[in-house]
Design a protein around this ligand. Structure first.
Ligand SMILES: [Ca+2]
Ligand SMILES: [Ca+2]
Length: 159
């Protein structure tokens, strides 16, 4: 069975995904595949980081201020708002003992490929906080299905 690719006059007799995860279109003539078009599938992927960290000691507390940057490194636009969370951790691994110190919804709705949103964050943590870690979790409530869910954490040691 064959079908025509849009108005190109090209015929397609097979399509699908190859072993490498690339999409392909092919037309099989008498001599085998006459042409093959392949492309990576379109995907969404959020990642983020914390920057511009400042620390002001206030008695038994350290007042932290920082800027969170969230980027869509995929090639499809994000269509929903998403949540960022920042945890305070004694080590550089996020686990259930870590304390949620910042939580905000960010404007990722309509965030196009390569697009960036920033948000300012504040947290008040027990002093001294030096040497502990802030761990940023992007898309914390997993509202966005991403090609890479493994690049959603960013770890920063408090100086
Ligand atoms: Ca991601
Ligand atoms: Ca996700």
């Amino acid at each position: 069975m064959t079908t025509e690719l849009a108005d190109t006059g090209l015929l397609i007799s097979a399509f699908g995904e190859d072993e490498a995860g690339k999409l392909y279109l092919a037309h099989h003539g008498g001599q085998g595949a006459i042409y093959l078009i392949s492309a990576s599938p379109s995907q969404r992927d959020l990642t983020g980081q914390i920057g511009q960290l400042t620390k002001i000691p206030k008695g038994v507390k350290d007042k932290l201020a920082f800027v969170i940057t969230v980027q869509n490194v995929g090639d499809l636009p994000i269509t929903v708002k998403s949540q960022v969370q920042v945890y305070l951790s004694a080590d550089d691994t996020l686990d259930v003992s870590d304390i949620l110190v910042f939580n905000r919804q960010v404007k990722t709705k309509q965030l196009g490929p390569g697009g960036i949103v920033t948000t300012k964050g504040k947290a008040s943590v027990a002093s001294p906080s030096q040497g502990q870690f802030l761990i940023l979790k992007v898309d914390a409530d997993n509202m966005v299905v991403e090609s890479d869910e493994g690049n959603n954490l960013f770890i920063l040691q408090i100086p």
